[in-house]
Design a protein around this ligand. Sequence first.
Ligand code: PLP
Length: 443
Amino acid sequence: MTPLDEAATILPNDLSAFWMPFTDNRAFKAKPRLLARAKDMHYFTPEGRALLDGTAGLWCVNAGHTRAPIVEAIRKEAGELDYAPSFQLAHPKAFEFARQLTGLLPEGFDHVFFGNSGSEAVDSALKIALAYQRAIGQGTRTRLIGREKGYHGVGFGGISVGGLPNNRRAFALLPGVDHMRHTLDPAQAFSRGLPPRGAELADDLQRMVDLHGADTIAAVIVEPMAGSAGVIPPPKGYLERLRQICDRHGILLIFDEVITAFGRLGAATAAERLGVMPDLITMAKGLTNAAVPMSAVGVKSEIYDAVVDGSPAGIELFHGYTYSAHPLAVAAGRATLDLYAAEGIFQRAAALEPHWEAAVHSLGQARHVTDVRNLGIVAGIDIAPREGAPGKRAAEVMQMCFDAGALIRVTGDTIALSPPLIISEAQIDELIGRVGEALQRVD
Ligand SMILES: Cc1ncc(COP(=O)(O)O)c(C=O)c1O
């Protein structure tokens, strides 16, 4: 046993100090689920029990856990440059990484702005959109449009454009925000990939233009495939229609690709996979394989040029984070993108998709299941809520899977699966088998 292994087996005897995020603290602390180590496709509990990771952590460990090239890169950088500010100073590798990243993004996305979390990427993208409109003489465009069921993190910008009621109702929100309807359609349950009907829901944006005036709207932000609300792939033609309406009215289109970038949908971005180009792309999670927190906004040249060249001499955008382009995150990011390329991870995900789709849809036959949705290596499985106890049945399925050796994620009464993209076909079958068994057993 290495000293690290030993440390991992020491259990905390007081769980009270850590106020856990997005957690039922009382229930968790009464019956904790602890993860002490991880390798490739598995987590290990402090007792050493293996759990097949059906969630890539939180949609983020796309290349699998504790991969040696990433670990080594972080170790090396920690001894070389612990920290360097990015305000009026910088370290060389930040520029190299930015180039490497823009090389992966769709054509025209030649600039990136770094943050530390998806929430920060979203707030940065919203601010960049507002700064751009101002820079091109469209300063009356201050309104932001989001969508019901959207999740854009937890900053005040993100919850304002987001559309998950629980995340919004206790807090003050930004003014001047409106929401399009979501695209989840129970009449199209069990669709495979993109549901065929619903493109016209994009016309909600046109209605907002008609109501508020295009000259008040700066940007619209959507997840190209909604993740946190329970995996909602866009209807065929929906994103294309949104793009057309944005073009017609000078509205910027922001794709929040915090989940969908870096191979999750079998391509570098959902924009590439789905063939629709936004103006700004937010990324996080898979950017560093989650080994060090980092996020980025991909920015088209015309936006960067308008803001940077269009400003008087001096700081062009009064925005940034102490840890923007942190050296350890840059090191992790560079090693991660190299690893994705060396192992053809995005192509691997694309090749696995037919097996994944067939496996997850086999759960359509299981007890309680009311819908199965999939795209890339993601699946959402809706189960009927127990009378008077929403979310309870799904929570029990999650616990049963945990006890049986598989980690899955549930939101409300939806099971969301998004394993690391190095998963094998046999491991897909194992994961789906565990979920199926739990569904058969749960009341
Ligand atoms: C689409 C999307 N945007 C933003 C976020 C927020 O990211 P973070 O939790 O890193 O702030 C998430 C997190 O799941 C997300 O899925």
